[in-house]
Design a protein around this ligand. Structure first.
Ligand SMILES: Cc1ncc(COP(=O)(O)O)c(C=O)c1O
Length: 442
């Protein structure tokens, strides 16, 4: 049997890696082979402090015993049950547990296997909801520039990242985009939410008027845009989106794939911003990153609109082979138990100030042109190397890995979102090492 801890570059060609510079990676691979709590172990036996909760998903830290045991037990007891026209108890239990921590009114859950699938599901629910209500003329979907909603066709259509869209033809039709909320020059080094800029939400009113409100099904936004470099909404912006959508009978969808499960110090960003959308899309932290699973939480008004017609008829023609998979459900239940037992859905609030102060201590270091933060999310934006965008931040990423911290880069922005169990000493280590690395960059 081959020793998986000693994979050589020659073995690496078969796996076409996602969102990765494959040729570069395979020349100098970075491999994790173990993980526990706040740390990864590399294939050469080094510990790496996880500054990104994997990919924004391991909110409770790695290999938590309760979650590991629940997965093992469920896999041994019943590995799979058909998802259509059959059930198993844990999928229902988890739906109830989710509804219990969800904002008021989000009372029903559809399961998926990822953030991308959750987005597709929410968009389809929105279109179908209006249809069953007799408003099939509402076919338009509104997203936002610099928004990331996964990689499937609906998600890249409402998303606003050019590189993710430009290769893929006409995408969904009937989509428009609001401007993003990032205004460099006006808000650098703001701590948390900035005071001005909520009027950017009135762009929605303009788009709604342009197309006529009666043609618009839904607006989807990330409460805090993560993938394009942590863009914090101005104070009051999301409330305005809610007012405008409500006024025109348009559904508001929050994509909480990264903000869900305690990232801002509240169970969901909807709680943090005190704005209740009609649907919340989630994934990642739902199972602490262990087993692929996503969910869409919807209001009773949406759910009940579908519950009509003959009872023997399927009400919504949508779902996945693995919707509510037993092992994923067990992982989800144990994850929510772990979050509750350790107070993790609100721990971010206790440590957010320390995190903010540590992050902003990097102001003034070479190349740093902006720092942004909210809850346990942080971003450090670097001045790009002239003519070679992304190279400087990527160099920081590689150095960080070599020096024992995991950060993430998107463009020339360093993004961090550590597990919610991070200690103050570990914040010091993460930010201290990052500061040292920034000083050495070209
Ligand atoms: C806001 C948001 N939506 C959707 C997704 C897609 O999730 P997945 O990669 O699980 O499909 C992500 C992933 O980072 C995300 O950040």
């Amino acid at each position: 049997m081959s020793d998986r801890r000693n994979v050589t570059p020659n073995d690496l060609s078969a796996f076409w890696m996602p969102f990765t510079a494959n040729r570069q990676f395979k020349k100098a691979p970075r491999m994790f082979v173990g993980a526990k709590d706040m740390h990864y172990t590399t294939s050469d036996g080094r510990k790496v402090l996880d500054g990104t909760a994997g990919l924004w998903c391991v909110n409770a830290g790695h290999c938590r015993p309760k979650i590991v045991a629940a997965i093992a037990e469920q896999a041994a007891e019943m590995d799979y049950a058909p998802a259509f026209q059959m059930g198993h108890p844990k999928a229902f239990e988890l739906a109830n547990a989710l509804v219990n921590i969800a904002p008021e009114g989000l009372n029903h859950v559809l399961y998926t296997n990822s953030g991308s699938e959750s987005v597709e599901t929410a968009l389809k629910v929105a279109l179908a909801y209006h249809k069953v209500k007799g408003e099939g003329g509402r076919f338009r979907l509104i997203g936002r520039e610099r928004g990331y909603h996964g990689v499937n066709f609906g998600g890249i259509s409402v998303g606003g990242i050019v590189t993710n869209r430009k290769m893929f033809g006409t995408l969904l039709t009937g989509v428009d985009h609001m401007p993003h909320t990032h205004t460099p020059g006006a808000n650098q080094f703001t701590r948390g939410e900035r005071e001005t800029g909520a009027d950017l939400a009135t762009e929605l009113e303009r788009i709604v008027t342009l197309h006529d409100p009666s043609t618009i099904a839904a607006v989807i936004v990330e409460p805090v845009a993560g993938s394009t470099g942590v863009l914090i909404p101005p104070k009051g912006y999301l409330k305005k989106l809610r007012e405008i959508t409500k006024k025109h009978g348009i559904l508001l969808i929050f994509d909480e794939v990264i903000t869900g499960f305690g990232r801002l110090g509240t169970p969901f960003a909807a709680d943090y911003f005190d704005v209740i959308p009609d649907m919340i899309v989630c994934a990642k932290g739902l199972t602490n990153g262990t087993i692929p699973m996503g969910a869409v939480m919807v209001t009773s008004e949406i759910h009940d609109a579908f519950m009509q017609g003959p009872e023997h008829m399927i009400e919504f023609f949508h779902g996945y082979t693995y919707s509510g998979n037993p092992v994923a459900s067990a992982a989800g239940l144990a994850t929510l138990d772990t979050y509750r037992d350790d107070g993790l859905l609100t721990r971010g609030a206790e440590i957010a100030q320390y995190w903010e102060d540590a992050l902003h201590s990097l102001k003034g270091l070479p190349h740093v042109i902006d720092i942004r933060n909210l809850g346990l999310i942080g971003a450090v934006e670097l001045e790009p190397i002239a003519g070679s965008p992304t190279k400087r931040a990527f160099a920081a990423f590689v150095k960080a890995y070599e020096e024992g911290i995991l950060i993430r880069t998107t463009g020339d922005i360093i993004a961090m979102s550590p597990p919610l169990i991070i200690s103050k000493a570990q914040i010091d280590e993460l930010i201290g090492k990052l500061g040292g690395i920034l000083k050495t960059l070209e």
